[in-house]
Write a protein of this length. Structure first.
Length: 318
């Protein structure tokens, strides 16, 4: 194996002993052998650490990093700091991948010289919701110097960081990393930071990843059982992104696109939500729109988006 791996797979691990072997087997069985497997044991209290150690004895490509339970963002950052591959995949440790994933994505990413390559995934178990299956479908398309359109309008840009392959040097050049204090919605934030910086983004209609839907104890599982908290996290994420886009000169150029996405992202959920904190959430969303003067683009909304926007703007403090 050469000094520089073709691929770095970064795998945060926290209490996933029931699924970890399937995940590691799928990585070790890649047809592209020149890869490194960076596993971050994020303070697991089950047998995950022992499983990692056992696999490391069998495969010298596996690197184990131990840390306290700091969350997926900090774990991914730690793993990336040790990565040497040309391309990087941030994988979830309860999922698994097809054997040709690394080989196919490496070949296509080199061919198009893409900074980011996006691909299809299978949700499982079979009772996963239809909206998830739809959002995991990618149409083959190549964007060059048009990253905002790719981010806002491509269905394949739905923020699941594990179905994006990043050119490592691209992430380094733009000093891109996960926000360590964000424990839900970190994929969304990272995507809205990384995509605008990319010169070339490749979408591939190729299913290579198997995504486990709502594992008990996962962030997604917990969020679906506390919708008010989930929507509060969503509003916080949009606030973080609005500030980031403003500080990087993106909001002045693409404010309309950001506003349309914001209303689409928050509007329907807040409209249908019936929790006791609904009014509080509407007020937070309204404050966000007004703080960044996004309402200047209200005339650009569709009829459905206008309905959701009007609902948000009815939020009252006090």
């Amino acid at each position: 194996m050469s000094n520089c791996p073709f691929f770095s797979i970064i795998l945060p691990v926290y209490n996933v002993s029931s699924y970890l072997e399937q995940c590691l087997d799928s990585i070790r069985n890649q047809t592209l052998e020149n890869i490194e497997i960076i596993c971050i044991n994020d303070g697991s209290t089950d047998s995950s650490r022992e499983i990692l150690r056992d696999y490391q004895k069998r495969d010298m490509r596996i690197v184990i990093l131990d840390t306290k339970n700091l969350g997926p963002s900090a774990a991914r950052n730690l793993g990336f700091s040790q990565a040497r591959g040309e391309y990087v995949l941030f994988m979830d440790s309860d999922d698994f991948i097809d054997a040709e994933l690394c080989s196919y994505l490496y070949e296509q990413s080199l061919k198009y010289k893409s900074d980011i390559t996006v691909y299809d995934a299978y949700p499982f178990p079979e009772n996963s919701p239809q909206w998830l299956a739809r959002n995991l479908v990618v149409r083959s398309r190549f964007y060059e110097h048009d990253s905002i359109a790719a981010l806002i309008y491509e269905n394949g840009a739905t923020p699941f960081v594990w179905r994006n392959v990043f050119r490592r040097q691209f992430l380094l050049e733009h000093q891109l990393s996960f926000l360590p204090d964000v424990f839900f919605g970190e994929d969304l934030i990272f995507q809205f930071m990384s995509f605008p910086a990319a010169e070339r983004i490749l979408f591939l209609e190729k299913r290579l990843y198997h995504y486990r839907w709502k594992r008990q104890g996962s962030a997604m599982f917990n969020a679906e059982n506390n919708l008010g908290q989930k929507y509060k996290h969503h509003i916080r994420s949009v606030n973080i992104l609005a500030e980031y886009w403003e500080n990087h000169g993106l909001l002045s150029k693409y404010g309309k696109e950001f506003f349309i996405w914001t209303i689409s992202f928050l509007g329907a959920d807040l409209h249908h939500y019936t929790g006791s904190d609904k009014q509080e959430l509407l007020c937070e969303a309204k404050d966000l729109v007004e703080k960044y003067q996004l309402n200047a683009y209200a005339n650009e909304l569709s009829e459905q988006q206008t309905f959701y926007y009007s609902n948000i703007m009815k939020g009252k403090n006090g």
